[in-house]
Design a protein around this ligand. Structure first.
Ligand SMILES: O=C[C@H](O)COP(=O)(O)O
Length: 248
C-alpha cells in the first residue's frame, strides 16, 4: 500500500506576506493527516518554508535544480543549496520547464539523478500535449520521458523517485483528465517501471497533476495507480489545498 502524497507547486507565485498568510492558514486547518504533504516553493522562499514548516507534517522543496553540482551557472540552484534549507523534494521536468526552457528528457533525467545523489526526492514530471493526445501518442510520449530516467537510474535509485503525470492540456486550464484516462496512463507508467524493476514499481508514487481541485480530487485519488496529486492553482488557496489533503 503506497502512502499518498499531496504536493503543492506554487510555481512563480507568492510573496513574503502572501506565503505567511497561506502557510498559517494551512497549518491551522491541518487536522489529521493520513498522507504525505509537501509544498514546492520558489527558491527565494525556501528559508521561509523552512522556518514556518519545520516540525509540522508538511515537507517542502524546490521547483527545479541544476544538473551540475556547483560552478559558473548563473541563475541556477544547486541541489546542495536546496539541502541547505532542509528541502526533501524537488520537482524536475515540469512541462513549463520543458516548454519554456527547452529541457530535454536527458537533462531531466540528469537532474533527477543529481537530486537523488544529494538525498532529495525528485518529483519527475511527464505529460503529453493536446496534439500528442489527439494523435494517439500519449503512451509513447510519456514513455520516452520516463525511459530517459530509467536508463540513468539503477533499481535502488528508481525506488526513491516520485513520478507526476501531468497532461499539459489539463494544467491550469480547468480541464481534467477523467479518472479513467489518468489511471490508464498511470498504469502504463507503472508497467514501464516494472519492466525495469518490479520492486521499485510497487513503491514509486505516481501523482496526477492538472486542474486537480477539491471537487475532482476524491475520484482521481480513488484510482488504484493514482498515489497523490501535484497541485498548482489549488495549492494557492488554503481551503482548497486542505480539502485535497482530506480527500487523500
Ligand atoms: O505542478 C502542477 C501542475 O502543473 C498543475 O497545475 P494546476 O493544478 O494549476 O492545473
Amino acid at each position: 500500500m503506497r502512502r499518498k502524497l499531496v504536493a503543492g507547486n506554487w510555481k512563480m507565485n507568492g510573496g513574503l506576506a502572501f506565503n505567511a498568510a497561506l502557510l498559517a492558514e494551512i497549518k491551522a486547518g491541518l487536522k489529521q493527516v493520513d498522507c504525505d504533504v509537501a509544498l514546492c516553493a520558489p527558491a527565494p522562499y525556501l528559508a521561509q518554508c523552512q522556518s514556518e514548516l519545520a516540525g509540522t507534517p508538511i515537507g517542502w522543496g524546490g521547483q527545479d535544480l541544476s544538473a551540475h553540482a556547483a560552478g559558473a551557472y548563473t541563475g541556477e540552484v544547486a541541489a546542495s543549496m536546496l539541502q541547505d534549507f532542509s528541502c526533501q523534494y524537488v520537482i524536475v521536468g515540469h512541462s513549463e520547464r520543458r516548454a519554456y526552457h527547452a529541457e530535454s528528457n536527458e537533462l531531466v533525467a540528469q537532474k533527477a539523478l543529481r537530486a537523488l545523489q544529494t538525498g532529495l526526492t525528485p518529483i519527475v514530471c511527464v505529460g503529453e500535449t493536446l496534439a500528442e493526445r489527439e494523435a494517439g501518442r500519449t503512451d509513447e510520449v510519456v514513455g520516452q520521458q520516463l525511459d530517459a530516467v530509467l536508463q540513468l537510474l539503477d533499481g535502488a535509485e528508481l525506488a526513491k523517485i516520485v513520478v507526476a503525470y501531468e497532461p499539459v492540456w489539463a494544467i491550469g486550464t480547468g480541464k481534467t483528465a477523467t479518472p479513467q484516462m489518468a489511471q490508464d496512463v498511470h498504469a502504463a507508467l507503472r508497467a514501464k517501471l516494472s519492466a525495469k524493476n518490479a520492486g521499485a514499481a510497487n513503491v514509486v508514487k505516481i501523482l496526477y497533476g492538472g486542474s486537480m481541485k477539491p471537487d475532482n480530487a476524491g475520484e482521481l485519488l480513488a484510482m488504484p495507480d493514482i498515489d497523490g496529486g501535484l497541485i498548482g492553482g489549488a495549492a494557492l488557496k488554503a481551503a482548497d489545498f486542505l480539502a485535497i489533503i482530506a480527500a487523500a
